[in-house]
Ligand binder design. Structure first.
Ligand code: PBG
Length: 331
């Protein structure tokens, strides 16, 4: 008798939406998402970011509205990137950042969870993530972590629920944890940019935060961020941050580094966060604009890939859409 089915078929489990939904190994939830927020001291009006459709750099007032909109869409977790109006290379002024956190927490209190990015790249004239030596050839690690620890304590004092250092200095997790604990902020967590690669995919972000590294002296971040050609360094650095007291370990970029997410997840019991960065987001948007993929389905497919590889937390510029898009997703 002629049969239509190969005896070892797997296709019974693919036959219709019901069975595909039932048997899906990945179940996404908008509750695992964090929305990044950009707020610029110099802006009177919000502005668009080249490549980041639907994302604005706001002022404090508009950022409060953005949070409100996200709450309506079921998103309660945020990652704030404050951009000061003045560039300086010493005596950094963190009052705009801490004032913004304070205002946000006064407005939304326990309704939201907010992490504050901690880095110097949007503060310094040269755009590097730390303080440089005189001829701009090196980042001064310990001088930088002193400043980052002070910055972290000001943000915690202003009400940040979590500190998210993205600078990639050595020893900053220990320094920040000690500083927070000494001041009584034991409950404030640390989400470490634990495996952060030196990547081409940060372009739109650098436009948003005016944080491109300068061309004089150190021309890129390769001496402190990870090489895309070295997974051993990525895992060693992330596990080092875990030992130093990081509560959440982040891998960034995300979609290009699912191997790192998967391997890290096997080696740690800490939650792993995947940051689908600005350039990765913009790539999907650009394809969608050309009619080459479906925008919603494209983002959801990436999110599924991140969770499948082991991410517990997803940081996405489309978090506001996560609830709607996940529930609409045609599995
Ligand atoms: C700053 C920082 C960067 C991002 C987050 N924090 C850029 C960089 O290291 O140059 C990138 C985020 C994104 O592209 O979405 N240290």
């Amino acid at each position: 008798m002629e049969t239509n089915f190969y005896p070892l078929t797997q296709r019974r489990l693919r036959a219709d939406t019901h069975i595909r939904e039932l048997t899906a190994s990945v179940k996404l939830s908008h509750k695992s998402f964090i929305q990044p927020l950009f707020v610029d001291e110099a802006l009177t009006e919000p502005r668009e970011v080249n490549g980041l459709n639907g994302v604005q750099v706001g002022n404090v007032e508009s950022t409060l509205h953005t949070i409100e909109d996200h709450l309506q869409q079921g998103i309660t977790k945020f990652l704030l990137f404050p951009v000061p109006s003045q560039k300086k290379d010493t005596d950094f002024d963190f009052s705009f950042a801490s004032g913004t956190i304070k205002k946000i927490k006064e407005t939304f209190g326990e309704d939201i969870w907010i992490a504050a990015d901690v880095c110097l790249c949007s503060y310094t004239s040269h755009g590097h993530c730390g303080i440089l030596n005189d001829d701009h050839s090196q980042v001064l690690n310990s001088k930088t972590i002193d400043v980052l620890s002070r910055y972290s304590s000001l943000l915690a004092n202003a009400g940040a629920d979590c500190i998210a250092p993205s600078d990639m200095m050595d020893g900053r997790i220990t320094a920040i944890r000690n500083q927070l604990d000494a001041l009584g902020f034991e409950q404030v967590s640390i989400m470490s940019y634990a495996a952060k690669f030196s990547s081409q995919f940060y372009g739109p972000f650098r436009d948003a935060c005016h944080s491109s590294p300068s061309t004089k002296g150190l021309q890129n971040r390769k001496t402190y961020q990870l090489s895309p050609f070295n997974i051993n360094d990525a895992l060693a650095s992330a596990l080092r941050d875990e030992k130093e007291g990081a509560d959440i370990l982040m891998v960034k970029p995300a979609a290009l580094y699912t191997d790192v997410i998967a391997k890290l997840k096997q080696q740690t019991l800490k939650p792993v966060a995947a940051y689908h960065v600005s350039g990765e987001y913009a790539a999907i948007e650009a394809l969608a604009e050309k009619g080459l993929l479906n925008r919603e389905a494209g983002h959801v497919e990436v999110w599924a890939a991140l969770q499948r590889s082991g991410a517990d937390i997803i940081i996405s510029y489309a978090s506001g859409k996560a609830k709607e898009w996940i529930s609409n997703a045609a599995i």
